[in-house]
Write a protein that binds this ligand. Sequence first.
Ligand code: GAP
Length: 645
Amino acid sequence: MSQTKEIPLMEKIVSLCKRRGFIFQSSEIYGGINGFWDYGPLGAELKRNLRDTWWRAMTRDREDVVGLDATIIMHPAIWKASGHVDTFSDPMADCLVTKKRFRADHVEPQSGTVYSYVGAVGEEVPVDSTGCKALLNHVAKHLEIPAMNVPDLATEVRTLLSHPDATHEVEPLDNAVARIVGSVLESWRDEKFSVLLPAGKPPESARKVAIQFYTSRGLKNPALLGETTAKVENSRAFNPENGAQLTEPKPFNLMFHTFVGATASEDDRAYLRPETAQAIFAQFKNVVDSTRQKVPFGICQIGKAFRNEVTPRNFTFRSREFEQMELEFFIKPDEAVEAVCGSVAQWSESADLSAPQPNWGWEMWHRYWVAQRTAYYAGIGLGADVLDYFWQGKGDLAHYARACVDILFKFPFGTEELEGIAARGDFDLTAHQNACGKPLEVFDEEVKLAFAKWTPEQRAALVARKQNENSAKEKGVLPAEKIAEWCERLFKGFYVPHVIEPSAGLDRLALAVLTLAYTEIEKTDAKGNKETLTVMRFHPRIAPKKVAVFPLLKNKPELVAKARAIYDTLKKHVAADYDEGGSIGKRYARQDEAGTPFCVTVDFDTLGEKGPELLDTVTLRHRDDGSQERVKISDLPGRLLPLVS
Ligand code: GAP
């Protein structure tokens, strides 16, 4: 995905977030904790508004989606069955010099010259009582045996000691050889190490880093051994900050764990959920049994998720504690749709996705949810100009997944994922059904009746088609009897629903709307001085405060009383603010920075001083163009509420 260099803009946004109380670093008074963020007064309102718009769009406004609010810690068997215990990991690599940890697949690719060393010897080899330290150093410095090779070293020492200049006669040759070899080994590291230098940097820079590495391995003033060089292109094997070699990538499980109960033994190990989705699968049966929902229908949830990300980065974009907004939308398998409707609707660019149809299979449902989610984003100000889509290639999909698209947002640091929408087949419910031993199938009378009308030949043809599809798979091939069993259950009206999963990050969405809203405007004051002001152009629906009410002057009780009365009325309906401090210009600027779309000012006209026609009217000021109009106080709720809710 593309990367643009707009770091100064991000810095300005981060600074505004702190200054105006949108987002603070968690535990800041203790130096902060990497990957954790707190939302201040304005941020908490913004997040709440985003949460509410999502909840309304996904469940309140629909008849076919219900909500869930599950616990963060669940039975650890859930994470085993879902595959998270075994496979929810990122590749991790450490810098061999600074120990800084990187996500191996996120390291910026580097090109240049690699300087490699086979090892190093310390200058301070132990003093040799027989006076052959010089000899020892000679051995140490000139032996460039790639791997530690004691017999070769011993032969070399023996030859050197037999030289007429050697002064070892006080002890037998074999003793001297053994002792010197031991000393050299102690001061010698045969560990290989490499440094990548970008074009134009002097070799000394590489040697400096290599010396740091061997020093960290316990050598004093190491002399480098066996330097060789080679050119590389786009390598992720080196620390971009100092060029030092990284360790081989190792999988690092991202789940935070804890212990439930007083004994804190391994048997009590539990996990903080890394996604909210699994609770939906685990409670699927209860929701089906306690509501009148029938497939197709969905269960949605908003809640905290935790991932011990290797490298949290880009402000809140990749955090270790964050909130997800997830929907699991359960649908019939395509074969059931085919039985009921005669065929399954095929998706095409011109397909009508406005309202779900009975003949939709997974593909239409998947496209439908992409369209629904796109419409949701447009409704809070994230239009086609700031979104993009990344469709995973067939080869990159998990074996059970049919399709997966990421909705991307154009962040200042690059175009990155905001939400993933996956067609996951029946993988999740089947995995839990197998692991817990309880059926998670639904019974669908309509499907049973439809198959009852099929001839034995039609059924046999469906079984054969499923067997062929199964054996043609590259991954996840099932035993033939499982396919036959699945078909038999389907013919009787039983199936494990398939699922479409739109999964969005609330914190990423908050970051997206913050970066999109951030606007700078140049203003020239009465004295001709230029200043840059910040306006946060949030969509009114998600703005933290919808309206601010000001009396023109705070020392005029009639103005204050009127303004307070208007504020008291409006705050019953929307998040409102009251401000009487400073000039009106300053108060507008403060609200612009907070992103308040409307300001209401009570002035002397409101009191009827210019005539009865302006009595009980106020100035309504619009944030985005600064325009002002005169509005009756009694009209304010009617004017504002439809714009902000
Ligand atoms: N149940 C599917 C699932 O969790 P995901 O792509 O791993 O899929 C879904 O996560 C969404 O959650 C992402 O699109 C992103 O918005 C958000 N998300 C994931 N990891 C995050 C993190 N470390 N920090 C902030 N948001 C994150």
